[in-house]
Design a protein around this ligand. Structure first.
Ligand code: C2E
Ligand code: CA
Ligand code: CA
Length: 279
């Protein structure tokens, strides 16, 4: 079928891998058809780098199914949702789940900001931006309490198209962030065609940050660039006090990482980070 003069190797391992892929896609589709069975949301705190007080959280998607007892990470299932065009429905589901919590948490803390991930594929649907506005309205969340993270922003090649969409969302009051900046083919063009409010520095920059002067210079320059362009900077993946010390000294505005907490379910997050802290 692939034409003459070709040779295809098939090993038991390869067959097993493609079988797993197929099973994963079929199961995901069935779960979505059954009202998002197995889907859930986790919330990870984001703190102010200087005061270490709670700033907000990022909502992260989870999915589990008994057919995959070893678990399926977002790095495994999100690409399938993107490829199959189901990411819009899944994000929409997550938005309803998360905005309901955001309404409750901003009532306790009016400055609380909830970050949610938007794959560029969900914005291929030109009506999705209206769905975001509608979700905020129906859950009575102020758009200024929502930050939309454009994931894999480094891979964006048609940034100009997204520019108009994000202009609209910002005009409605939502914040916009470039996620995972520094990975993939991060392009400075992004800054020229999309007006944003925040940039998230990818965890990969922190691996050697405590001793690699070049990595410090890169992160410091990114922070500098952002501040000159009126973007705040959130550094993700901070796991130790030592790394915290460095990124704080480099001028980061917000910190997210296991040092403060792992992603938690809504009840645990609320109890620990909104009710448990000193007023
Ligand atoms: P991301 O948007 O960069 O999210 C941050 C990831 O880093 C999360 O992984 C979080 O659990 C992890 N993380 C945070 N702090 C630390 C730390 O100190 N150390 C380490 N080792 N990891 C840390 P998670 O939840 O597995 O999500 C992975 C990716 O999947 C996300 O990366 C995002 O690109 C994607 N994703 C998750 N939820 C959604 C969603 O609702 N929509 C879309 N489009 N993508 C999502
Ligand atoms: Ca993110
Ligand atoms: Ca990120």
């Amino acid at each position: 079928r692939r034409g003459r003069g070709r040779c295809t190797v098939c090993t038991p391992e390869l067959c097993e891998a493609s079988h797993k892929t197929l099973l994963l896609m079929e199961t995901l589709q069935a779960c979505i058809a059954h009202g998002f069975e197995g889907f859930s949301a986790r919330y990870q705190p984001i703190v102010d780098a200087q005061t270490e007080e709670l700033h907000g959280c990022e909502v992260l998607m989870r999915w589990s199914d008994e057919l995959f007892p070893e678990g399926v990470t977002p790095f495994e299932f999100i690409p399938y949702l993107e490829e199959s065009g189901l990411i819009g429905m899944a994000t929409s589901w997550l938005m309803d789940e998360a905005f309901e919590k955001a309404a409750r948490w901003t009532a306790k803390d009016p400055a609380f900001v909830m970050n949610i991930n938007l794959s560029k594929y969900v914005l291929d649907d030109p009506s999705f931006k209206f769905r975001i506005v509608e979700a905020a309205k129906s859950h009575r969340v102020e758009p200024r309490n929502i930050m939309l993270e454009l994931t894999e922003s480094g891979m964006i090649t048609d940034a100009a198209d997204l520019g108009g969409t994000f202009d609209f969302l910002r005009s409605q009051g939502f914040g916009v962030a470039f996620d995972d900046f520094g990975t993939g083919y991060a392009s400075l063009n992004l800054f020229r065609v999309i007006a944003a409010d925040e940039l998230k520095v990818d965890r990969s920059f922190l691996e050697r940050i405590t001793y690699d002067v070049n990595d410090q210079r890169i992160v410091s320059s990114i922070i500098d660039l952002c501040h000159r362009m009126n973007l705040s900077v959130c550094v993700e993946g901070v796991e130790t006090e030592e790394v915290l010390g460095v990124v704080r000294a480099l001028g980061a505005d917000y910190i997210q990482g296991y040092l403060y907490d792992r992603p938690l379910d809504a009840a645990a997050f609320e109890e620990k980070h909104l009710d448990g802290r000193k007023q």
